[in-house]
Design a protein around this ligand. Structure first.
Ligand code: UTP
Length: 294
């Protein structure tokens, strides 16, 4: 019997950061939404760290107008580092250095207009070339013992094909999410038969929602390059994904952790509480605050 070919490794990840962040206006008038801070670091750094843990080597930001702060954040800050070193602040120095990319690892390209998530991902086509790649939405944080993308890469290395992360939602709330169609939602690795955008509870094919972490084969770009507009007049990633289903292996896995939708104000506050409670420096203080306010 011939041995199945080992899937090509995932070494590149795309971070779409060109959106307008309208739900956070006026905060996002001049500042990128992805620079909003959860505990001590911006959203973008949380997801970059998740990708690093998964073995990603090239980080591709799809940026736009007023997004320069995102690249500044990861730049080398000589003066700051020298000052912290001179003052013997080694823990702070390490934090600053961790927020820096080695030369050649950060690749930036612009999406001239926020035409939709699908269009943003398409902007990376030439940089990705003919390789599998990951996509991480920076406004969704995945909190758990291990990096969500790392867990996905471990699964992908066995399955190959396309792989998305999903999370259980209450049936009454399916109309707020993209929901997968799968025959058996108790499986560890679930073959995906279809995707339905925001179905009414009685029509939802499952209670598993798509949560912003993806591993794709480069053939996705063939479908994205049709530039078809979908819901809200935007070029939707979901529409191109739906076209891949049936043509290539397409699986879903649950993450052993929890997602936080930091693109919504309530989700953002919840994430700050959850990450704050786990912070060794301020955890007890956050607990005391919560008691005071409830
Ligand atoms: P969202 O739809 O959550 O972000 O996209 P948004 O459009 O910026 O936010 P609201 O709804 O107006 O508040 C998820 C991710 O995809 C990026 C966003 O920057 C965000 O990180 N995105 C979205 C793009 O890069 N380009 C787009 O055209 C749309």
């Amino acid at each position: 019997m011939s041995k199945a070919a080992t899937p090509r490794p995932v070494k590149k990840a795309v971070f779409p950061v060109a959106g307008l962040g309208t739900r956070f206006l006026p905060a996002t008038k001049a500042m990128p939404k992805e620079m909003l801070t959860i505990c001590d670091r911006p959203l973008i750094q949380h997801v970059v760290e998740e990708a690093r843990e998964a073995g990603i080597e090239e980080f591709i930001f799809i940026t736009g107008r007023h997004k320069e702060l995102l690249e500044e954040h990861f730049d080398l800050q000589h003066e700051l580092e020298d000052t912290l070193e001179a003052r013997g602040k080694s823990a702070l120095l390490k934090k600053v250095q961790d927020a820096t990319f080695p030369a050649g690892k950060l690749i930036l390209t612009r999406q001239p207009k926020p035409l939709g998530l699908g269009h943003a991902v398409w902007c990376a086509a030439r940089i990705i070339g003919n390789e599998p790649f990951a996509v991480l939405l920076p406004d969704v944080l995945m909190k758990g013992q291990h990096s969500c993308l790392k867990e996905m890469v471990d699964t992908y290395n066995k399955t190959g094909g396309n792989l998305i992360a999903v999370e259980e939602v209450p049936r009454a709330e399916t109309k707020n999410y993209g929901i997968i169609d799968t025959k058996d939602q108790t499986l560890e690795i679930m073959p995906v038969d279809g995707l339905v955008e925001k179905p009414e509870p009685e029509k939802a094919p499952s209670t598993l929602s798509v949560v912003g972490r993806y591993i794709f084969q480069p053939e996705l770009f063939e479908y994205l390059s049709a530039f078809e507009t979908g819901a809200g007049g935007e070029i939707q990633l979901t529409d191109a994904m739906a076209k891949l289903i049936g043509k290539q292996p397409f699986n879903a896995v649950r993450y052993n952790g929890k997602s936080y939708d930091c693109g919504s104000r309530l989700g953002f506050v919840e994430a700050n509480i959850a990450y704050g409670l786990d912070d060794p420096e301020i955890g007890d203080g956050v607990r005391a605050l919560l008691k005071r306010y409830t």
